[in-house]
Write a protein that binds this ligand. Structure first.
Ligand code: FAD
Length: 311
């Protein structure tokens, strides 16, 4: 089923997994092992991130095609404005279209890490909304073998994006992405469900009616949590989570259990609140996601679909 159709149906929430392109052969073997372990959970789709520049960008393409060909799971490549001309974007879309890819997550992207005063003057698109408009134009050109073209996802930030402190303006910019043609929003990771649920309401108030998928990343280590705090730009770590991690007393196994339990209770609450979908940031590992499914009593993602039809 095309992701556009799946998102518009009453078939219950989507459950999806995110991976990043591996940087060496060992990491590649670990990723494909993870995918084999997660395949029986029948995700609604999986997505593959796009690096801030250099060789990993080509890897995204390789990983997307390999997952799609070997597992038949619908695969969504991320694509960014940063470092691309319009012609390059068009060529990338052509390659994906010919390979049977039917969805893209359209992002602005960030400059490569550590590069100060990054020159974006050669980039064809300044903001994600411009890239969304380009993909929509591509869809309308009829070049995609599927008449529905690409489903288009965009990023959302329940706790705000660091470069727009004005939260009202930020909603206008999000609305512009949807008006340009986005079919769904996938959020940045968060640990406070109230933030997400409030964000969802603010989207509705702003006239944004597309599905909003909740980004969930379980804490699996304290160093990982510190990295997340650094990279995610303003994520709140609630006292309830920090207290539970403190009780684990530095025991690596116990910390991972606490992180998985916490994420499981977040997911249960979100499902009860009628979330449109949950997107798991897997960090290319399967254990936490598998355990969360078990804690939710889920055999696979299709079980929610059956449940959705019962409602
Ligand atoms: P935009 O929607 O363009 O917004 C960027 C900033 O500009 C925001 O602060 C916004 O409020 C502001 N803005 C938007 N329009 C205007 C306007 N017209 N005038 C003034 N300000 C405006 N990065 C990667 O490099 N590769 C990835 O694979 C990747 N995957 C991601 C997946 C998810 C689910 C998420 C949430 C983020 C991901 N990112 C990725 C990070 C993302 O690229 C950065 O957070 C980036 O800074 C913002 O991207 P955006 O698509 O939201 O940009």
């Amino acid at each position: 089923m095309h992701l556009k159709e799946r998102l518009q149906s009453d078939a219950g929430p989507t459950l999806s997994f995110e991976f990043f392109p591996p940087k060496n052969e060992q990491a590649a073997a670990a990723l494909y092992q993870t995918i084999r372990e997660l395949e029986p959970y029948r995700p609604s789709f999986v997505s593959v991130t796009y690096g801030a520049g250099g060789s990993t960008r080509e890897l995204t393409h390789e990983v997307v095609l390999r997952i799609q060909n070997e597992s038949r799971i619908p695969t969504v490549p991320h694509l960014t404005c940063v470092g691309h001309s319009r012609e390059e974007i068009w060529n990338i879309l052509d390659r994906y279209a010919q390979a049977g890819v039917r969805a893209v997550l359209a992002l602005r992207g960030d400059p490569p890490r550590g590069v100060e005063h990054y020159d974006r003057s050669a980039d064809a698109f300044r903001y994600a909304a411009d890239l969304v408009a380009c993909i929509r134009e591509y869809n309308e050109s009829g070049r995609h073998p599927d008449p529905d073209g690409f489903a288009i996802g965009v990023a959302g930030f329940p706790e705000g994006h660091p470069s727009t402190p004005n939260r009202l303006r930020e909603m206008d910019f999000l609305k512009a992405k949807v008006d340009a043609g986005a079919d769904y929003i996938c959020t940045q990771l968060f640990f406070d469900n109230h933030c997400f649920l409030d964000y969802r309401e603010r989207c509705l108030l702003a006239g944004i009616k597309v599905p909003v998928l909740a980004g969930i990343m379980p804490v699996t280590s304290l160093s990982g949590m510190n990295r997340m705090a650094e990279l995610s730009g303003g994520t709140c770590f609630p006292a309830r989570l920090l207290k539970a991690l403190k009780r684990a007393g530095g025991n690596a196994e116990a910390i991972q259990e606490v992180g998985i339990q916490y994420a499981s209770s977040q997911c249960a609450e979100l499902l009860d609140a009628g979330v449109d979908g949950i997107h798991f940031y897997t960090l290319n590992q399967s254990r936490a996601t598998r355990q969360i499914y078990r804690n939710l009593g889920l055999r696979d993602s299709l079980q929610l679909l059956e449940h959705g039809e019962d409602k």
